[in-house]
Design a protein around this ligand. Structure first.
Ligand code: ADP
Ligand code: SF4
Ligand code: MG
Length: 336
């Protein structure tokens, strides 16, 4: 189990116009991802998804909060002592082109982390070769034909598989996949998503999926939890199917209302939610972070920040004073 409590992160802006201004990237985020489980973080660009993923993977510091891996509270350890624990969490970046060194064959790419692992565990060169072949087979690649190749000789989908194989060399407990399919050919995306799902089942590795796309969030974690993030705050959290089929936070509803409808095949929901204004991340009123854009805003929303909680007998947590089910999801015409 990997848990986070109250994770807060502020960035100082750079650049001449923004210099000195701060951005509150994360505002007290809690999460819990069970061993072998799945969670998806969704939200629009700039909401803090990558920052949270990087913090979980140990690649970014945080201002306040607590992260626990298994029984180890990382926050209680000195910075240096945290690193071996973070090895248990590996990040898969969105761009498989820049993630691999173009001057190294796949054999060389896999052998760098394996060498370290062999040294730590007292294993020899033969083990390294066997393990390289094993991780490639796990991600559905033929070691015989791939090991001697360079990244440019592989397709984007194959490269992303190599990136995942490299992460597996260190026996991670969790993979953090940040927009892992967004730069891959559409025809190859489903294969990568299916692979991540298969690795969960086969190896018991948990997967944290970060995406701006509701459809992919659903695919990877249909038995897991969905976290909807808005301006650094989790505004809705629950079982993926519940949140997608029956969202109650107006922001989640606006995300789902924005999914294009297949003309002639689907009928749009009867109560689509459209934000009344564009996102203005500089607006800090002390009230609900979505208040400036929310069509359902009331007086209370302006001066008080709703916290994530269970209420009104709803199955999911939400950060809204007036949660309400609305018909926002398109339905196939055949079911209407
Ligand atoms: N290294 C950084 N320096 C300054 N601001 C940053 C840095 N990284 C992220 N931010 C800011 O933090 C916010 C969240 O960014 P990010 O986590 O990348 O969002 P997302 O992945 O959801 O698009 C944004 O406003 C972004 O500009
Ligand atoms: S608290 Fe108010 S402004 Fe915020 S999402 Fe709910 S109804 Fe809208
Ligand atoms: Mg991002």
């Amino acid at each position: 189990m990997i848990t986070g409590k109250g994770i807060t992160k502020t960035f100082k802006q750079r650049g001449s116009v923004l210099a000195g201004r701060t951005v509150q990237a994360l505002r007290g985020v809690d999460f819990a991802i069970p061993k072998g489980g799945a969670a998806s973080f969704i939200g629009e660009s700039g909401c803090g998804k990558t920052t949270l993923g990087r913090i979980i993977a140990g690649l970014e510091t945080f201002d306040q909060g607590q992260i626990t891996i298994g029984d180890t509270d990382l926050t209680s350890l000195p910075e240096k002592a945290r690193q071996p624990h973070f090895r248990r969490i590996q990040m898969i970046h969105q761009d498989p082109y820049s993630a691999l060194n173009p001057t190294r064959t796949i054999h060389q790419t896999l052998h760098a982390p394996l060498k370290l692992r062999a040294k730590q565990t007292g294993r020899d060169g033969r083990w390294m070769d066997e393990r390289a072949a094993e991780v490639l087979a796990l991600v559905g690649l033929d070691p015989g034909s791939v090991l001697s190749r360079y990244p440019h000789q592989l397709s984007g989908g194959m490269r992303q598989r190599v990136v995942i194989a490299r992460a597996l060399t260190v026996d991670p407990e969790m993979l953090v996949a940040d927009e892992a399919v967004s730069m891959i050919d559409v025809s190859l995306r489903l294969g990568i998503l299916a692979l991540l799902k298969q690795l969960r089942e086969q190896l018991g590795v948990s997967v944290l999926f970060i995406t701006h796309d509701v459809a992919t969030a659903r695919y990877i974690g249909d038995d897991g939890e969905l976290y909807v993030i808005y301006r650094g705050q989790v505004v809705e959290r629950g079982a993926v199917d519940t949140v997608i089929a029956d969202p109650v936070h107006p922001y989640t509803q606006s995300l789902l209302s924005a999914i294009p409808v297949l003309h002639g095949l689907e009928q749009p929901g009867s109560q689509p939610v459209v934000p009344v204004e564009a996102l203005d991340a500089s607006q800090e009123t002390g009230g609900c972070l979505f208040a400036g854009r929310c069509p359902f805003r009331q007086d209370r929303c302006e001066g008080e920040l709703p916290v994530l909680r269970l209420s009104d007998g709803l199955p999911q947590e939400h950060a809204c004073f007036f949660p309400e089910r609305r018909d926002v999801i398109a339905r196939p015409l055949s079911e209407v």
